[in-house]
Design a protein around this ligand. Structure first.
Ligand SMILES: Nc1ncnc2c1ncn2[C@@H]1O[C@H](COP(=O)(O)OP(=O)(O)OP(=O)(O)O)[C@@H](O)[C@H]1O
Ligand SMILES: [Mg+2]
Length: 231
C-alpha cells in the first residue's frame, strides 16, 4: 500500500484560506452560480479545491451546500474506482478537497481510440456502483492522461440508484444511465467519428422521456437563475 506523503497530509489539513493561498492555478474563477476550482500545491503534493464559499447571495447559501453534498456523496460511493478522483476532505457545506488528476480535458486531449473503450468501461463501472453522472454531455467533465487513462469529474448533477424496492426511482435511474450512454455516443461522433456507429448517430437523434424533461427543467432553471442573478 502506498504510504501517504507528509506533504499530502499537510495539504489535507490546511484551512480554506491557506488552501487558496497555496492555489497555483484556477481552472474556474467562480461566479454568481459557480464554484472556484483551484489546483492547490504544497511541496510535492497536489489537490483540487472545489469551493462555493465566495459564491454570493442565496445561491451560495442555499444551493451550493446541496451541490457539494451531491458531489461528496457520489465521490464516497465511487471510492476506489480508478478514473474517479478520491475525496480527500469535505471542508464544510461549501467546499471539497479532491485528488488532483494529471490529465487534460477531453476536447483538448485528442485521445487515442483505446481511451474511448476505457471510458466506456469506466462509465459502466460507475453505473454498476449505482451512480449516473447526468452531465457527460459537457466534454470538459471527462479528462484523459498521457497513458490514455480516462477520468470523470463533476458529480453535482448525479442521480443515485435507489433501494431494490424503489421501482419508480430505479426506472428513472435507468433513464439517466441511458442519457450517460448517449452522451458517450455524442462524444464519439464529435471527437472520434471513425469510432461512431450507426447506433451512436441514431441515439443522438432520439431523446428518451426523462432526457427531454431533464433538459427542459435544466433550460428553465438556467433562465430563472439568469433572471434573478443577472448573469
Ligand atoms: N480532480 C481534478 N483534477 C484535475 N483537474 C480537475 C479536477 N477537477 C476539476 N478539474 C478541472 O476543473 C474543471 C472544472 O471542474 P468541475 O467540472 O468540477 O467544475 P464545474 O463548476 O462543474 O465546471 P464546469 O461548469 O466548467 O463544468 C474541469 O473541467 C477540469 O478541467
Ligand atoms: Mg464541470
Amino acid at each position: 500500500m502506498a504510504v501517504q506523503s507528509t506533504d499530502l497530509q499537510m495539504l489535507e489539513s490546511l484551512d480554506r484560506a491557506q488552501l487558496h493561498a497555496h492555489a497555483t492555478r484556477y481552472y474556474k474563477s467562480g461566479g454568481q452560480t459557480e464554484p472556484e476550482v483551484a489546483l492547490v500545491v504544497y511541496g510535492d503534493a497536489c489537490a483540487v479545491l472545489k469551493d462555493y464559499a465566495r459564491t454570493p447571495g442565496w445561491f451560495g447559501r442555499l444551493i451550493a451546500p446541496v451541490l457539494i453534498w451531491r458531489e461528496a456523496t457520489a465521490l464516497r460511493r465511487l471510492d476506489g474506482i480508478v478514473g474517479v478522483p478520491k475525496l480527500y476532505r469535505q471542508l464544510d457545506a461549501r467546499g471539497v478537497l479532491i485528488e488532483y488528476l494529471p490529465a487534460t480535458p477531453w476536447p483538448q486531449a485528442k485521445p487515442a481510440e483505446a481511451a474511448y473503450e476505457r471510458l466506456d468501461a469506466l462509465v459502466e463501472q460507475m453505473h454498476a456502483r449505482g451512480v449516473a453522472h447526468c452531465d457527460l454531455r459537457a466534454p470538459s467533465n471527462m479528462l484523459v492522461d498521457e497513458g490514455g487513462q480516462p477520468y470523470i469529474v463533476d458529480f453535482v448533477a448525479r442521480v443515485c440508484r435507489g433501494g431494490a424496492w424503489n421501482l419508480p426511482w430505479n426506472w428513472l435511474f435507468r433513464q439517466f444511465v441511458g442519457a450517460d450512454e448517449s452522451a458517450l455516443a455524442k462524444l464519439r461522433v464529435r471527437f472520434a467519428p471513425q469510432l461512431a456507429t450507426a447506433r451512436d448517430r441514431a441515439l443522438l437523434e432520439e431523446r428518451g422521456p426523462v432526457e427531454r424533461i431533464a433538459r427542459g427543467i435544466g433550460e428553465r432553471t438556467r433562465s430563472i437563475v439568469r433572471y434573478f442573478v443577472g448573469s
